[in-house]
Design a protein. Structure first.
Length: 107
């Protein structure tokens, strides 16, 4: 019975840590760039775009397709950084826990 109570305590502690992690993830702000810094996109930890900047030299009517591609590339760069940061923070939190391979946290 003592082991069960200890395990329940650990579960409660893990839930508190996960709530803190989710709050921390929401506060993340990461930038992605493309075109050598000509386009910058900033995302929050949930992957929502917060801001975008485009170098004025790219704003030309006949180069709209290039600009669109650079915006998508910058967004993807920022999103991959958010995902890597979330994964790193989750691994820190769950270090040493017997979590099955492939199980993604936070849910």
């Amino acid at each position: 019975m003592r082991d069960l109570m200890g395990m329940m305590g650990k579960v409660k502690e893990m839930q508190e840590k996960m709530a803190g992690l989710q709050e921390e993830i929401e506060q993340l702000e990461l930038e992605g760039t493309s075109g050598g810094g000509l386009v910058t996109v900033k995302l929050n930890g949930k992957g929502n775009m917060l801001s975008m900047s485009v170098d004025p030299s790219l704003i030309k009517e006949d180069e709209a397709e290039i600009l669109e591609d650079l915006i998508v590339a910058a967004h993807n760069d920022a999103k991959s950084k958010v995902e890597a940061a979330v994964q790193a923070k989750t691994q820190e939190l769950t270090a040493g826990l017997p979590i099955p391979p492939g199980m993604k946290l936070p849910f």
